[in-house]
Design a protein around this ligand. Structure first.
Ligand code: PD2
Ligand code: ZN
Length: 277
């Protein structure tokens, strides 16, 4: 880094990524702090940068498959569920028939009249914004809102050993032809100014469960570009993944490929560190 007069610095994701790469390569916080000062950062900006680094590399407890897999099956309380894929780093589990056809139907039909163009949480402000990277329609169920939602939430809590209160309400999304969800991380970026306000209710997102409510005629795979793994949408199936660090080193980058024919319906459950209110 080039030497300049000490000054206020804006901490960008790029700078944080550079710091994280150094930290993960074994450089101490003290060495990084000194490198920031040497590069012309003032004391306060460099202190804040090191705090952000600590926040984004903090290892959080995450949900995981909580039960023994016997002959490829796990007991989810009210039914047995098949595990058809398991991999580590990131922890990814694919379930077959987590939901029944009638549960998928009910989630779609109760969501349909309530759909509107999807918004995402704006981490700059803590509010919500239209997101061009996500061209689907969506809605949120309140936690425990319907009998089917309660049944599905109980099943998820048991499978993943994570309290129901630590989950956001189920989000249902409908993608039409051409709609997609470009690759992104589901955690809230610690660098963004709106993130502290978002974390006040429930802490970080630590894991995601995407449940497929139907099968698009073509396209719409969920993709994990960092680990070159794809999941094809199949009604009732689901993909779970966790991210113990709110940082790209979690390898949890994922997206929804464009739907090229038909519609794709999913329900997503995001799991938080603590009770989500
Ligand atoms: O629809 C998907 O496959 C998808 C991809 C990426 C959904 C989400 N993210 C999500 O709901 O966070
Ligand atoms: Zn996502």
């Amino acid at each position: 880094m080039k030497k300049q007069a000490a000054r206020e610095q804006i901490l960008t994701s790029e700078v944080l990524d550079w710091m994280a790469a150094q930290a993960l390569a074994g450089h101490s916080e003290e060495a990084l702090f000194q490198a920031m000062l040497d590069a012309g950062w003032n004391h306060d900006s460099a202190t804040r940068a090191v705090q952000m680094l600590r926040e984004s590399l903090r290892v959080l407890p995450v949900p995981a498959l909580a039960l023994p897999v016997t002959g490829g099956m796990v007991d989810a309380g009210d039914k047995w569920v098949q595990v058809i894929h398991q991999s580590a780093t990131p922890d990814i589990v694919v379930f077959a028939s987590l939901l029944s056809d009638s549960e998928c139907e009910a989630l779609i039909e109760e969501a349909r009249p309530r759909l509107s163009r999807s918004l995402t949480v704006d981490t700059r402000t803590g509010g919500e914004e239209l997101n061009p990277a996500r061209t689907s329609d969506g809605m949120f169920y309140a936690r425990g809102e319907t009998e089917v939602v309660r049944r599905v939430e109980a099943r998820i809590a048991r499978l993943l050993g994570w309290p129901q209160q630590n989950g956001e309400g189920l989000q249902v999304l409908c993608y039409g032809p051409g709609d997609q969800y470009k690759p992104h991380y589901d955690y809230f970026d610690p660098v963004e100014p709106g993130t502290p306000a978002i974390l006040e209710c429930g802490g970080q997102r630590v894991a995601t469960l995407i449940m497929y409510l139907n099968e698009p005629a073509q396209g719409g795979a969920t993709v994990f570009p960092s680990v070159k793994f794809n999941v094809l949408p199949k009604r009732g199936n689901a993909v779970f993944f966790s991210y113990p660090r709110a940082h790209p080193s979690s390898l949890s980058l994922h997206g929804g490929d464009p739907v090229t024919a038909g519609e794709k319906w999913i329900a997503t459950k995001w799991l938080r560190e603590r009770e989500f209110t």
